[in-house]
Design a binder for this molecule. Structure first.
Ligand code: TYD
Length: 230
């Protein structure tokens, strides 16, 4: 984010693309180098936003329509940005965030059919200038991602039901994949697409290669402590 000493990296992509695994791995590598790393996620990441997360993902807000959901995502994002992300960046941390504004553009804007102006207005208010320095888009055919997500749900110790968004049809997930790739094509300086079908180690190496050139931004002044917000 311009004007602060930290580095803000967001991870985007469909269900089952491996975002959380890759965030964990990157955080470990960066911490081993002495950097302060904050890992967080959306919707959620701050107490207010976690409360809203439950309302959205349980499907409780679904009956009120996609506009209402978009407003709730924006409310959660605003709280998360002001309470957690901006202060961490100002302290010089590397912030790794699982989903951010591009998920709203894709899920609420493209597959939710909300007008681009409405989504753009919410985005402006919610992020309030905190634009990611880099967005890693983990790209995977929708079918493979859904299979991974379902396998993960059945293997979990506590059985997890698919959330409000995982339940949707395959062609909706494929549209989302295309929409993330469109964003990457339109904002090539911020966004980098990584093939999530490569093995976990290969994906981790590619992400590190993307992030490494950005580290000099935080190399001075960020070398203390550890933090986790989710
Ligand atoms: P989560 O359990 O965090 O799943 P994932 O591992 O896929 O990130 O659920 C978040 C869900 O919320 C996911 O299906 C995407 C959706 N979402 C939106 O629709 N809009 C948003 O702005 C964000 C951040 C997430």
């Amino acid at each position: 984010m311009s004007g602060s000493t930290g580095l803000f990296i967001t991870f985007e992509g469909g269900e089952g693309a491996g975002k959380s695994t890759q965030i964990r791995r990157l955080a470990e590598v960066l911490r081993a180098r002495g950097l302060t790393v904050l890992t967080t996620r959306e919707p959620g990441g701050s107490p207010g936003a976690e409360a809203v997360r439950h309302v959205i993902l349980s499907g409780a807000a679904e009956t009120f329509g996609v506009r209402m959901e978009a407003l709730l995502f924006a409310a959660a994002r605003s709280d998360h940005v002001e309470q957690v992300i901006r202060p961490a960046l100002e302290r010089g941390a590397v912030v790794l965030c699982d989903r951010f504004m591009d998920s709203s553009r894709v899920y609420q804007g493209v597959t939710g059919n909300l007008e681009p102006d409405f989504i753009a207005a919410l985005e402006r208010v919610a992020i309030n200038g905190v634009v990611p320095d880099c967005t890693v888009i983990l790209d995977l055919p929708a079918k493979d991602g859904l299979e991974r997500a379902r396998r993960r749900a059945t293997q979990a110790e506590t059985k997890q039901d698919p959330d409000r968004f995982e339940k949707e049809e395959l062609d909706t997930h494929e549209k989302r994949r295309e929409a993330f790739l469109d964003i990457a094509a339109r904002e090539p300086l911020r966004c980098r697409v990584v093939d999530a079908a490569a093995g976990e180690d290969a994906v981790a190496a590619e992400i590190l290669a993307i992030v490494e050139p950005l580290l000099p931004i935080v190399a001075h002044g960020a070398a203390r402590g550890r933090e986790t917000a989710s």
